[in-house]
Design a protein. Structure first.
Length: 442
């Protein structure tokens, strides 16, 4: 086993060294490198965070804490209005009004996220009865609202940095968040039990957003300072595109945020903890297609003529990295889960394997979404994400009640695999057409 771990470390080191060298001469590779490095850093410290939580708190408390994180994140995603993608796509076209667009987006999302948190809390006893205690404590209620807003603004802040093709600051911001949050549930919020787990994470997001607004964004956009703003004329152009991507993103991300709540309500808080840790570990692998594709979106928005050439590079790079990474996770996943406790390994290994394998077809699906975002073909994105969400959630609900946690993994893999088969040919045609157009222009 030690030899396998050593080989995995060597492979990862060689990959990041090679990508770093390429990034010196290409903004596509540079942003991809830092976005993946950011996600690897976040995932690593997330592993540490939840490992510590699993050792310090009871499984039921971890289950409630993870459900709070999922619920808050879901509201934050809803409140984002798709503006993260909107900023990446339109900031380059806004030029000198980019700062106004960014602050207007922050203002709108801040208001919507607070409103969304209030709506969620008003009906929490109906859709998440196990989390009803939040409404009974005014401090918990206010903090849930605040942390939901900072989570929404954190994602939008990342979009602003990616739009400026300065993803290295995304890495530093998310690393600060990841490191800062680790000791908080034990040193400051331990007396709050499961809510302390959520509060530690939320405080980390708040600190990361504040540092980015004051120090990182001014380095990317000259004269930037965070202030409330309204930009009706710009938003009339950005919002229709953002809303369409918003709907698609909700569908695409629905399994990530609904699965933990589904597991909590159907098979209980302990199984919710086992599932959440397995999900968190396998989502480390999704940084590969997501990070590279986000870089492609930024590059394609600046120069759409290079979409075909860069898209092919992204497809080969994503699959070339994901396949060995998935193999490593399948081989080492059960061993890694032992660090959380025997129950996590016993209950989570099988679902982890299914979730890990799903990352391979996800490379194709994520790239097709990105290509259509650059080309502004929103109807294709909505059709794709609708299919994924319906199959993943519907089949997952059916199989969870019959085979337990592995049913969730089986459903998620099935959804991505079938979808990748359906979209591969139109994806390849789109990349080929873009490549031919680029060659003719040159």
């Amino acid at each position: 086993m030690e030899n396998h771990v050593h080989e995995v470390r060597l492979t990862g080191s060689r990959f990041f060294l090679d990508l770093y060298l390429k990034s010196k001469n290409s903004s596509l590779y540079s942003n991809a490198f830092y976005l993946m490095l950011s996600n690897v850093s976040t995932s690593f410290f997330g592993f540490v965070y939840w490992n510590i939580m699993a050792r310090f708190f009871e499984p039921a408390q971890v289950g409630i804490g993870s459900a709070l994180v999922s619920a808050s994140s879901l509201v934050a995603i809803l409140a984002g209005l798709g503006l993260r993608i909107g900023l990446i796509r339109f900031v380059s076209e806004s030029r000198e009004r980019a700062v106004l667009l960014i602050n207007a987006a922050f203002t709108l999302v801040g208001v919507v996220s607070l409103s969304g948190a209030i709506i969620y809390l008003s009906g929490i006893k109906y859709w998440s009865p196990a989390l009803g205690f939040v409404r009974e404590n005014i401090v918990f209620l206010l903090l849930f609202m605040f942390f939901t807003a900072t989570t929404a603004l954190s994602g939008l802040t990342d979009g602003s940095l990616i739009a400026g093709r300065m993803s290295k600051y995304v890495f530093w911001k998310n690393t600060i968040i990841s490191v800062f949050k680790i000791p908080l549930p034990i040193l400051i919020f331990a007396h709050w039990g499961s809510f302390g787990i959520f509060a530690g994470m939320g405080t980390g997001f708040a600190v990361g957003v504040l540092i980015t607004w004051l120090f990182f964004l001014p380095k990317v956009y000259e004269g930037y300072f965070p202030r409330p703003a309204i930009a009706k004329d710009i938003m009339q152009k950005v919002l229709p595109y953002s809303f369409a991507n918003y709907a698609a993103n909700l569908l695409n991300m629905a399994p990530q945020y609904i699965y933990p709540l589904m597991v909590l309500n159907i098979v209980g808080p302990e199984n919710s903890a086992y599932f959440y840790v397995s999900w968190m570990m396998t989502m480390v692998l999704s940084v590969i297609p997501n990070g590279i594709s986000q870089s492609l979106l930024a590059e394609g928005s600046h120069d759409p003529k290079k979409l075909g050439r860069d898209g092919r590079k992204v497809l080969l790079l994503s699959l070339g990295i994901s396949i060995p990474a998935v193999g490593a996770m399948v081989l080492l996943g059960g061993w890694l889960l032992h660090f959380f406790g025997p129950g996590y390994s016993e209950k989570g290994t099988t679902v982890l394997i299914y979730l890990a394998i799903a990352v391979i077809p996800q490379c194709i699906n994520t790239l097709y979404i990105t290509v259509n975002q650059v080309k502004k073909q929103i109807y294709l994105i909505i059709a794709q994400t609708s299919f994924l969400s319906i199959v993943a959630l519907g089949v997952g609900y059916f199989w969870l009640g019959r085979v337990g946690l592995p049913g969730i993994g089986m459903a998620y893999l099935t959804a991505h695999l079938v979808l990748s088969i359906l979209v591969f040919r139109p994806l390849w045609i789109a990349l080929k057409e873009s490549y031919v157009t680029s060659a003719q222009v040159q």
